[in-house]
Write a protein that binds this ligand. Sequence first.
Ligand code: NAD
Length: 436
Amino acid sequence: MADDPFENMLAQMDRAEEYADVDHGVFERLKHPERTLKVTLPVELDSGEVEVFEGYRCQFDSARGPFKGGVRFHPTVTQREVEALAGWMTWKTALVDLPYGGAKGGVICEPKELTQNDLESLTRRYTEGIRRMIGPETDVPAPDMNTNPQTMAWMMDTYSMYEGHSVPQVVTGKPLEIGGTPGRVEATGRGVSIVTERLFEYLDRDLSEATVAIQGFGNVGSNAARLLDEAGARIVATSDVSGAAYDPDGLDVSALAAHVSAGGLIEEYVAGETRADRGDREGDGSADRWDDPDEIGNDELLTLDVDVLIPAAVEGVITADNVDDLRASAVVEAANGPTTVAADEVLTERDVQVVPDILANAGGVIVSYLEWVQNAQEFSWPLETVNAELERRIGTAFDQTIDQYDEKGLPDLRTAAYTLALERTASAHEYRGLFP
Ligand code: NAD
C-alpha cells in the first residue's frame, strides 16, 4: 500500500494505537474524514480554450477547532492524497497544540503549463467552488506545493467579494500588504532548521560537523537549506524535479537560491548556465570558493552518505525499495508523508532517528496561526515576535515528543508524536461527546 498516502496514514495511526490512551471507538472514528468536497472547475485559459479542472477540499476533523490546511496545485493530486494530507494536518495541529482541526485542498493541474492569468482564473474558480466550506471561523486555507502568497491573495479577494467586505482571516500565508505576517514564507523551513538543531542537541552531536542532503528546493527546502547553512551545517546536495546538485564540500546555497528564485532549474545550475554569469557576487573573490557541483539523480540523493536527509518535495519517496540503501543517520521529514510505513519499520530497526513530518514541518501552520491571530486582533507583530513564538511552540512540541519517546520507551519519534496527537484529539472528542 506504499503508493496510497491515505493507507500510509492509517498504518501510522495503527502503529501508535497500542501505545496511545485512546478509546477504540474514538480511534476508529478518527480514521475517517468528516467530509470531502469535489469541485469541477471550467476555466477559460489565455489560449482561448476552456479546460475543465478537478479540485478537492477535505475537512478531516474539527474537534479541536476550525479546520486548517494548505492548498496544493499539482498534476498528481488525488482525493485520497488530499484526505491523507488533511489527516496529517489534524495530527500536526494537535501535536503543536494549536486550536485547529485539519483540512487540505488540491487542484489537479500542471502550473508550469499555465499562465499567470490562467492561474488566477483557476484559483478564483476553485475558491468559488469551496466557498461554502471555508471561512475565518470554519476552515482556513494556506499555501502548499505550487501555491504562494499571490494565490492566497486571489483566494482572499474572491471570498471577500462575495462577503461584501475584506476578510483577511479567511486564508493565511497572504502578502504582508493585505494582512500577511512577517516570517510566514520561510516559517516551514525555519521550523525544519530548528528541529534539526534540537535533534542534534538531543543526540549530543555537533551540527557544525554535519552534512545534509535536501530533496526539493522549493519554499520549504530552500529556506531550510539557507537556515541550516547559517547554523553551520554543510548542505552537500539538493534537487528539484529536473535533477540534483551534489558537492561533498558543500553547495553555494545562496547562489542556488538566487538561480531558482529567478525561475531556473537545478539541472541548468549544474550545467553552469547561470553560474557562469554569477561572477564574484561578494566582490571579494568569494565566487572562487565554490567548486562546480556534480549532477546526480533524485534517487541517488536519497542514498548519499550524509548525516541528515531532508525530504522536502513529495510523499512516498523513502520506500521498501530504497530504504536498505539509505545511509543517513537521521531523517527530518520536511515534506508531508515522505516515508512509507514499511520503510519506517526498517529505519526504526536500524536506529535511524526520523523526525516525523507532523513535527518537522509544523513551522508553517504555527506561523499561519500567528497570522490568523494577528488578523483577529487587527494588530501586527514584528518579525522577532513571530520567530520567537515559532521557536517556543515548535521547541515545546519537540521536547514533549522526546519526553513521550523516552518516558514510555516508544519505538520511534513518529509513534511518540502520534500518541500525543491522537490522545489530544480523542480527548477533545470525548469532552464534546457524540452528536446528536
Ligand atoms: P514547492 O512547490 O515550493 O517546492 C517543491 C519542490 O520539490 C520543488 O523544488 C520541486 O521541483 C520539487 N519536486 C517536486 N516533485 C518532485 C519529485 N518528484 N522529485 C524531486 N523533487 C520534486 O513546495 P513546498 O511548499 O516547498 O512544499 C514541499 C513539501 O513540504 C510538500 O510535501 C508540502 O506538503 C510540505 N509542506 C509545505 C509547507 C509550506 O508552508 N509550504 C508546510 C508544511 C509542509
